[in-house]
Structure formats: C-alpha cells, structure tokens
Design a binder for this molecule. Structure first.
Ligand SMILES: Cc1cc2nc3c(=O)[nH]c(=O)nc-3n(C[C@H](O)[C@H](O)[C@H](O)COP(=O)(O)OP(=O)(O)OC[C@H]3O[C@@H](n4cnc5c(N)ncnc54)[C@H](O)[C@@H]3O)c2cc1C
Length: 404
C-alpha cells in the first residue's frame, strides 16, 4: 500500500487517497477493507479510471483490483462466465473465444475493467443487445465486514441494484455475465449529409445488428457505421488514427473480425464527454436541436457527436430502464471549455426526457436525479442494508443522494 495521487484517464478528476491498495488475493482485499473501516475511512474501487465523473475520488482507501483478473469459469450449459472484477475487457476476448463465447455487445473502447464497465452501465449500440450491466447474472460482493455474499436472481431487486451500482454496494470481486456464441462482424462506414444520415439510420437501424452515426460539426457531415454478422475470414486494412473531429477518423475501409476486435476503436487524445439517454422516439429531434445549438452558439467545438441506440433494461439505476433508447454523446478536448456547451445541451436532453450516463459529465442535483430515477428509493434501501455504515461512498455520490 502506498500514499499517492490518483487521476482518471481524461485528467479532469484528481484525488489524494491516503492509500491505494492493490490486493492480489481475496484475503488481501478483505484486510484492506477491514483496516479502512477501522480507521474510519471511506473506500472506493477504481477500475481503469475511464469515467469522466468523480466516481472513484476519495481521500480514504482506493482499491485497484487489477491483480484479481481473468476468467474463473464458464458454465458449459448456460455459457455464463464468472469473471474476476479487475479483468480488462480487452483481455477477455481470446479466453472467451477459447470456449467459443463472446459478449453480445461492447462499447467504443475495451480498456475498461469489466467491473467498472458493469458498474456504470457501459454500452455499445443496437436495440437488441444491451449494456454490460444487462448481461449480469450474478455478482459476488465483498461487504464492509469482509464477508463475501453472492447476489443472483433468487433476489431479483438486489440483482437489479447490483447490476449497475457505481461501487456503492461493496467491492465486486467476481461477476457472472451472460455470453453468446462467438461471432464475427463486418464493419462498414459511409459519409452522408446530416439529413440523409438520420434518414438512413432510422431506416436501417432496426434491422442492423449494431448501427451508430457520428456528426462532425466542422464538416456538417455524418459518418454512418454498421456492424453485420458474417462468416467471412477476418481482414482489417491498417489505418492510422486521424485527428478528432475529422471525417477520416470515422470513415474506414470495410473490415471483418471477431466481435471484440471490431467493436473497439483507438482513443489516445484525452477528452471529456457528456452522454444522455433519451426515449427512442425523442432522439432525432434532440439530435437536431444539439446540432443547431452547436452551429449557432458553439461553433468552436469541433469534436464529433455520437448517436446510438439501446434496448430497454432492468437495473434500478439504468438510464435505459423501461424504455428503448437513443443516446447522444458530446465530446470536447481536455483544456478547451466544455461547460457552457454541456450545460446548454443538458437542457435540451432534459426537455426530451433524457437521463445522464453515470460515468460521464452531468450537472444534475439530488432532486433532479430522484425525479429521473423512480426506483432510486429501492436502490437506497438495498444499499443501506448492504452497507449501513456508508463505507463505500464519496463526497460526490453522497451529495447526489445516492448513498443516503
Ligand atoms: C475513451 C473512452 C471511451 C468510452 N466509451 C464508452 C462507450 O462506448 N460506452 C459507454 O457506455 N461508456 C463509455 N465510456 C465510459 C466508460 O466506459 C465508463 O465510465 C466505465 O465505467 C469506465 O470503466 P472503468 O473500468 O474505467 O471504471 P472506473 O471509471 O474506474 O469506475 C467506474 C465505477 O465502477 C466502480 N467499480 C470499478 N470496479 C469496481 C469493483 N470491483 N467493485 C465495485 N465497484 C467498482 C467504481 O467505483 C466507479 O463507481 C468511455 C470512456 C472513455 C474514457
């Protein structure tokens, strides 16, 4: 254990934990948690630090579970995979393929820890295959007293809480996720005008396995991307990473590969991001309003705006809870102003029934979150039961009323 400084990937969240512990076993993890509790410190777990929101910040004990990684077992009957919480998503594709399995969907990158991705509802695109949280079948948690408990579908509401819990219920040690037979995807992109892209997206989105588009403000053009399942042999032309906001960054030659190699992109230039999830039907109008806002009031922000879809999901804190959804994501380079644009865009999203991505930037307060998440009281009650002394919290989460 060492006293040190911590910063997230984007560099917009900094913290000075008293200790950062990297347990290599459940016993070491248990000791770190119990010692923190005895010292009266709060505990946070960091995955890969890829959240833009201050979820991991603490001046108490910060846990890094990267030494608790790998696939524990895969049930040959169900295909459910028990995975150690600190595993990076990028490291899971090959071992899953060895069992003929894969995740049904993934997001833009694969650098996150599986537990971090689950804990914030990290998602890709497509109305038939949901977020990592939606794949959860059981969660093994280390509680404040160091005891391990497994939450599964024998306790449906607890599982709905644990599937997307922002680290508020305890330390997730092993996660059991549903997997699907391994599959290959063909990636196709094309550039279109804004109106043509929105029309094409709406016409094809429901029939494509995964589709999304990026609007590039500097060009006022879009790149429509789709993934179609294929049995073709893998091929992937090498393309250098083009600068953010350019058409070349998103417009790629066709490629075929195993799903987990096709989904992620390279993201090396740090940025901050806001993402809202909206009822599916409200998405196009909100997207048009965001485009008008950026063209009239924020022409200096040239980073792409991403548009995706998601199925309705059941976790208590899922932004897509109960509704098929569209998601809209805004990006801005680190060091350039983002707050005026993000605040103005947030007003548009809220007017269209949006809910924020938990891992990204938002400006909501406790009252607003309570109105957006009608099952927050149920989540809080489960949290209070599992962590009555509020060990697993921080100032930001407490202010938002999530650990109340
Ligand atoms: C370049 C980039 C691309 C992104 N692309 C997408 C995308 O396509 N789709 C999308 O939805 N999001 C995306 N995100 C957001 C990102 O996926 C989420 O913020 C995710 O939570 C980050 O995972 P992480 O491992 O870095 O978790 P962290 O940010 O480190 O932690 C997230 C939360 O998980 C909790 N946590 C982590 N491990 C544990 C554990 N073992 N037990 C209990 N709690 C734990 C933490 O306490 C925290 O509350 C992107 C972010 C970046 C920087």
């Amino acid at each position: 254990m060492t006293a040190t400084e911590w910063a997230n990937w984007a560099g917009n969240v900094h913290a000075s934990p008293r200790v950062i512990a990297q347990p290599a076993s459940l016993d070491e993890l248990r000791t770190a948690v119990i010692e923190a509790a005895h010292r009266g410190e709060t505990v946070r777990v960091a995955g890969a630090g890829h959240s833009f929101a201050p979820l991991c910040a603490t001046n108490g004990t910060l846990l890094d579970l990267s030494r608790l990684s790998g696939i524990d077992r895969i049930d040959p009957e169900t295909g459910h995979a028990a995975i150690w919480a600190g595993s990076r998503i990028a490291d899971l594709g090959d071992p899953l393929l060895a069992h003929g399995r894969a995740f049904a969907n993934q997001g833009d990158i694969d650098r996150q820890a599986i537990a971090g991705a689950v804990a914030t509802g990290t998602h890709g695109t497509g109305r038939t295959h949901g977020s990592f949280a939606s794949m959860i079948r059981a969660v093994e948690l280390l509680r404040p007293d160091g005891e391990l408990t497994t939450i599964d579908d024998s306790e449906p509401n607890r599982l709905r809480a644990a599937a997307l819990a922002l680290g508020l219920l305890g330390v997730m040690t092993r996660l059991t996720l549903a997997t699907v037979p391994a599959y290959k995807l063909r990636e196709q992109t094309r550039a279109l005008s804004f109106d043509a892209c929105l029309d094409a997206f709406l016409a094809t989105e429901a029939t494509h396995r995964n589709a999304e588009f990026w609007w590039l403000p500097a060009h006022d053009r879009c790149v429509l991307k789709s993934f179609v399942a294929t049995d073709d042999e893998p091929f992937r032309p090498e393309t250098p990473e083009a600068p953010p906001g350019t058409l070349e960054r998103y417009l790629k030659p066709d490629a075929v590969d195993w799903s987990w190699r096709i989904y992620p992109s390279l993201r090396t230039v740090p940025f901050v991001e806001m993402e809202y999830t909206l009822p599916l039907a409200a998405g196009p109008e909100a997207m048009r309003a965001v485009r008008a806002l950026m063209q009239t009031h924020h022409p200096d922000c040239t980073w792409a705006v991403e548009y995706r879809t998601q199925p309705a999901e059941s976790p208590l804190l899922s932004p897509t809870q109960g509704v098929q959804s569209a998601t809209i994501s805004l990006h801005q380079a680190i060091g350039l102003p983002h707050e005026p644009l993000f605040r103005a865009a947030e007003r548009i999203f809220l007017a269209h029934g949006g809910r924020p991505h938990w891992g990204k930037i938002h400006f909501l307060d406790r009252g607003q979150l309570e109105r957006l998440y009608p099952e927050l009281p149920t989540f809080r009650a489960i949290r209070a039961d599992l962590d009555p002394a509020r060990l697993f919290t921080n100032a930001s989460l407490a202010t938002l009323g999530l650990a109340a």
